[in-house]
Design a protein around this ligand. Structure first.
Ligand code: C5P
Length: 222
C-alpha cells in the first residue's frame, strides 16, 4: 500500500516540530520527530560520560544503544534502551550534545534506518535536517521551513521565559548560529534545501498560517 510522506527540514527554531505536529493531526498522519532520536542518542553518551569528540568510543557504543518510538495518545514517545526519555531530552545540554554527535555517519545511519522503517509503514509528517535530501528522497512533499536567526532566537527566548528559565537572547542567537553552521557544514547528510523542496519562511507568519500553507501544497499534489 502506498503511504504518503511529508518531509519538513530546516534550521533549529524555525517551528518545524510545532507545525509538523499540527499538520499530522489535521491529516491524521503520524508525526515523526527525528531530532528526538538524535537527542535520545545524545542522552546515552552524556550518561555514559562519552565525550562528543571521542569518535572511536561513540562508534563502539552505538550497538549498545537501542532507540525506539511509540505513540501514546497520539504523542510520540521516545525510548532509550527501554526507558521513556521523552521529557529528559528537552534540555539545552542534550540539544548541544545531539548537535555535536549528529555529525557522525554511524550515529546517523542507525537512526535513518528507524526513520525509513517508520515511513514505510504509515503516512508520516517527518521533520529534521536531512529528511527531504537523504532519509526520504522520494517524499511526496518537501518543505524547507526557515526563519531569520533573530526571529528564531526571539521565539526560543520566549519559550524559555514561559518555563521560568532566565536566558540571554544574544547567547541564544549565537548558539543558533553555531548549530546551523554545524548542521549545514557536516560532511554526511548536511542540512540543505532539497532541489525539489518548497521554501516557507515563517519569520512573519503565524503558526496556523504556516500550517495552512503547507496543507494547501499537500492538497495540490494528491
Ligand atoms: O530538532 P532538534 O533540535 O530536536 O534536533 C537536535 C539536533 O539533532 C539538531 O541540532 C541537529 O544537529 C540534529 N539533527 C540532525 N538531523 C535530523 C534531526 C536532528 O542532525 N534529522
Amino acid at each position: 500500500m502506498k503511504h504518503f510522506s511529508i518531509a519538513i527540514d530546516g534550521p533549529a527554531g524555525a517551528g518545524k516540530s510545532t507545525i509538523a505536529k499540527k499538520i499530522a493531526k489535521e491529516l491524521n498522519f503520524i508525526y515523526v520527530d527525528t531530532g528526538a532520536m538524535y537527542r535520545a542518542m545524545a542522552l546515552y553518551f552524556i550518561r555514559n560520560n562519552i565525550d562528543a569528540s571521542d569518535k572511536e568510543k561513540i562508534k563502539n557504543n552505538i550497538n549498545l544503544v537501542d532507540i525506539s518510538i511509540e505513540y501514546i495518545d497520539g504523542e510520540q514517545q521516545i525510548f532509550l534502551n527501554g526507558e521513556n526519555v521523552s521529557r529528559l531530552i528537552r534540555t539545552e545540554e542534550v540539544g548541544k550534545m545531539a548537535s555535536a554527535v549528529s555529525v557522525y555517519p554511524d550515529v546517523r545511519l542507525k537512526l535513518v534506518e528507524l526513520q525509513r522503517s517508520l515511513a514505510s509503514k504509515a503516512n508520516v509528517v517527518m521533520d529534521g535536517r536531512d529528511i527531504g535530501t537523504y532519509v526520504l528522497p522520494n517524499a511526496d512533499l518537501k518543505i524547507y521551513l526557515t526563519a531569520s536567526t533573530k526571529e528564531r532566537a526571539r521565539r526560543r527566548f520566549l519559550e524559555l521565559q514561559e518555563k521560568g528559565i532566565m536566558a540571554d537572547i544574544d547567547v541564544i542567537e549565537k548558539d543558533i548560529i553555531d548549530r546551523d553552521y554545524r548542521d549545514m557544514n557536516r560532511d554526511f547528510a548536511p542540512l540543505k534545501q532539497a532541489e525539489d523542496a518548497i521554501v516557507v519562511d515563517s519569520s512573519d507568519m503565524t503558526i496556523d498560517e504556516v500550517k495552512d500553507t503547507i496543507i494547501q501544497y499537500f492538497k495540490k499534489i494528491i
